[in-house]
Design a protein around this ligand. Sequence first.
Ligand code: TXA
Ligand code: MG
Length: 337
Amino acid sequence: MRTDRLAAAVDQDLERAARLLRGGELVAFPTETVYGLGADGLSGSAVARIFKAKGRPQDNPVILHVASLAAADGLYAASPWQAQALARLAEAFWPGPLTLVVPKTALVPSRVSAGGSSVALRVPQHPVALALLDAVGRPLAAPSANRSGRPSPTTADHVLRTLDGRIAAVLDGGPTPLGYESTVLSLLNDQPALLRPGALSRAALEAVLGQPVLPRVTEAGAKAATGEGAPALAPGLRHRHYAPDAVTLRFADLAGLQQAWAGGEAILCRSETARRLGPRRAPLIVLPDTPEGFGRALYDGLYALEAADVPLAWVEPLPEDGPWDALRDRLQRAVAG
Ligand code: TXA
Ligand code: MG
């Protein structure tokens, strides 16, 4: 299959993307977090193509993107508590980088929920995503637009790097503003629970809900607590993630980085640290010092390491600090491969 590169700013291209999606094809499009791989969210067969193109494990449900909370009417069945929390969070954070998990109705294909009884909903805050949702007139199922296990794409080039020839088109809307994924919050139980840390902080959620949000449990923690698998974990987090191809990543402290630097090995670190390493002598991926800047640049840095064609790269660990939580999670997963 040939993958078309379409320009989001060109009306005919946006219309073509919408037509392809209505016809059951896959089109990658920008959101404020990362590029999503879109399919008609009400068509089980279109959504099945997402799994095939990405090589996505069948047990990993996908997010349904909608134009507004009202556009999600009929897709979920909420208890009074759930409806109230949903309304409050939607009012405060939608459109935005927040995904809410609620009980689904029969309208949501089981392909979307990976056989489960819940659905993850999100209203993206990107003019192109919203224009596309409007033009398609249906919810769009969309995981990140990368082959499973690889870093999420923040540019159309990243999308083509792993999905060229496997999808109908990518709608190029430039680099995505936030650069890493939405926060996933479950409203399924009596207490809201974090399933994936992301671009929206847990503190912001708690402030709006006026109640604590359960921190993300680890798989081991969930097992210990419930004696079961990991019901409170986003299924996707069990799988390999964010790893650049053919590069082994390892964490190293400053002394370790300096040693690796002296030995001419590749490094990924923040600019403050890069300044301490001295003049450039090996592939050095320098990312901004702030969480916002770092988040925007991280996946591009991982793809750049891939392109540097080195077997091994040393990675600076991130601070154990609230604003870094989601990014530490991503980097740890990338290193764990
Ligand atoms: O920012 C984002 O969330 C991007 C953009 C494209 O919207 N999407 C994204 O999708 O990151 P994906 O599939 O790469 O990650 C979605 C996460 C996965 O960990 C998945 O397991 C979880 O959300 N998820 C989806 N539906 C779920 C459900 N019904 N229950 C629990 N977790 C769910
Ligand atoms: Mg993903």
